[in-house]
Ligand binder design. Structure first.
Ligand code: GLU
Ligand code: ASP
Length: 497
């Protein structure tokens, strides 16, 4: 028995899991707490403590920001494998994230917003993939506790994501109202996000020293001298290309937020295409592996559509909560931002139900069938949101239970897609592209949100019925196509289940 198998200090799991659990819990606390109020911070009038941006631009920024946070995991995975090892990469990531929230806590306007976004995008890219990777590293490959360990870890994600949309807006309101005489003091909310990440970092450093393996201190595939020149070459090319494109945009007077968002959308769509082509053409990928990569393409599409809808909860549904929803049940009053806790709440409630279901169900559907069913639920969660407008018109406010119902439906979809997708991604990965394939999973989310960054521009109270219907129908139509392809995809998976 090795050291880890003997270590059962944290719910029967190694003590290192507790360190990683709380690191990720606090990181997600800071991220989702910040996002719960960020949208409103951007479009609230300056007199109400906001930045006074247009609602359309604010929604588009929310989406592209969410996209970049997952795109940057590509860089984080690479830096960990080749430069710092996971332990240090996570630490640097956490520090950048905390700084990002501190910058927003300062009353420094739009400039601070963009600096904060840059810090948190890079920081999350460094932290998120590598914390998960270290969870895997706590166990021997044969350790039967592995899956349960990941479930506990995911519970930590959702616990942080659940608490923050209550506590962060609460901080913003309490300090806003009582101290500044304002409806909201967003900066007080962002301060609490920074404090959360600070707690996460402190316990990460203290616990890490004691409970995390020293393997995590060194990169698995360090850069040698030969690679270094090549890497420097590509970094220089990258910087020159970016400077060139931005320079041209500036010289024709087109360097503005909207156009930068459009460019980033193109990048988030082009990158997965590039990765698929590279994997399919690589000589390191054999025939069976190539077939599995092909099977992953429709799954990737489905995941991108699903994440697009799921992630729009912090954008489109947040706007609906603020503008179209009655913000009390009887005498119980709440803030629009509080609705963000419904997503993680339903995950925590539904996960054990689905674990039991898959456990009991002998001839359960295949992964592509689960994906297709998930897309039906995601589509329904949107079509459901078209109903209040159809039934009562779009001028007044409706019951909060419309949103509760929508989140319930989309979380059934999440149960059918997210855990299944994670596991099928590792199984379909060609040997030579293991970590890149994991990044593909985050990229599906990034691509979904990049598309959102363009389509949310069409969302407003006046267009909500058409918007929810159109996107919902796209999801269901894709689900139907997928049901027709199930047999084919299963054959392409070459024995993977
Ligand atoms: N919402 C989850 C998280 O924050 C999932 C993100 C994803 O897998 O794309 O960890
Ligand atoms: N659904 C997210 C995740 O899977 C949580 C959230 O959006 O709050 O953890």
């Amino acid at each position: 028995m090795n050291k880890n198998n003997a270590d059962t200090a944290f719910f029967g799991q190694p003590k290192g899991l507790s360190t990683l659990f709380f690191t990720e819990m606090w990181e997600r606390f800071s991220y989702y707490g910040m996002r719960a109020i960020l949208l409103f911070y951007m479009y609230y009038a300056i007199s109400k403590g906001g930045l006074g941006m247009s609602q359309v631009t604010a929604a588009s920024i929310m989406s592209i920001y969410g996209s970049l946070v997952y795109l940057s995991t590509l860089v984080g995975g690479w830096l960990s494998d080749r430069v710092w090892g996971s332990r240090k990469t996570v630490f640097y990531g956490g520090v950048l994230i905390m700084l990002g929230h501190i910058v927003l806590a300062l009353p420094a306007g739009e400039t601070a917003l963009y600096i904060s976004i840059a810090l948190i995008v890079v920081g999350t890219g460094l932290l998120k993939p590598n914390v998960s990777d270290m969870v895997g590293g706590l166990y021997d490959l044969e350790d039967r506790r592995r899956e349960a360990g990941f479930s506990i870890f995911v519970f930590g994600i959702n616990l942080g994501s659940f608490l923050a949309p209550w506590l962060v807006p609460w901080a913003a309101q309490v300090f806003g109202f009582h101290i500044f005489g304002n409806e909201m003091n967003f900066h007080a909310g962002f301060s609490l996000a920074a404090i959360g990440m600070f707690f996460g970092l402190v316990q990460y450093v203290l616990g890490g020293k004691k409970y995390l393996s020293t393997n995590s201190l060194t990169p698995s595939d360090p850069i040698d001298k030969g690679d270094l020149l090549n890497i420097i070459k590509w970094v220089v090319i990258g910087v020159v290309v970016i400077a060139f494109v931005l320079g041209i945009m500036a010289s024709v007077g087109q360097l503005n937020v909207d156009n930068v968002i459009t460019l980033l959308t193109i990048l988030a769509i082009a990158l997965p295409i590039y990765y698929f082509v590279a994997m399919l053409r690589s000589s390191k990928v054999d025939k069976v592996e190539r077939s599995r990569v092909k099977a992953y393409i429709p799954l990737f599409f489905a995941a991108a559509i699903f994440w697009g809808i799921e992630e729009s909860g912090s954008v489109v549904l947040a706007i609906f909560a603020a503008q179209r929803t009655v913000l009390h049940i009887g005498s119980w009053h709440f803030a629009a931002a509080n609705f963000q806790s419904l997503n993680p709440l339903f995950i925590m409630i539904l996960t054990p139900v689905f674990v039991a279901l898959w456990d009991k169900w002998k001839k359960q559907p295949s992964a592509p069938e689960k994906f297709a069913t998930g897309l039906v639920f995601a589509g329904l969660s949107y079509m459901w949101m078209a109903l209040p407008g159809i039934l009562f018109g779009t001028s007044g406010r409706v019951s909060p239970f419309w949103l509760v119902g929508s989140w319930f439906l989309v979380e059934i979809a999440e149960m059918l897609i997210s855990p299944i997708g994670l596991s099928i991604t590792t199984k379909l990965a060609p040997n030579a592209f293991r970590s890149q394939m994991m990044s593909m999973w985050f990229m599906a989310d990034a691509t979904g949100q990049a598309i959102n960054a363009q389509i949310v521009k069409f969302y407003s109270t006046g267009t909500e019925v058409q918007y929810f219907m159109a996107v919902g129908v796209v999801s269901v139509v894709f689900a139907i196509i997928m049901f027709f392809l199930v047999k084919k995809i299963n054959i392409l998976m070459e024995g993977v289940k």
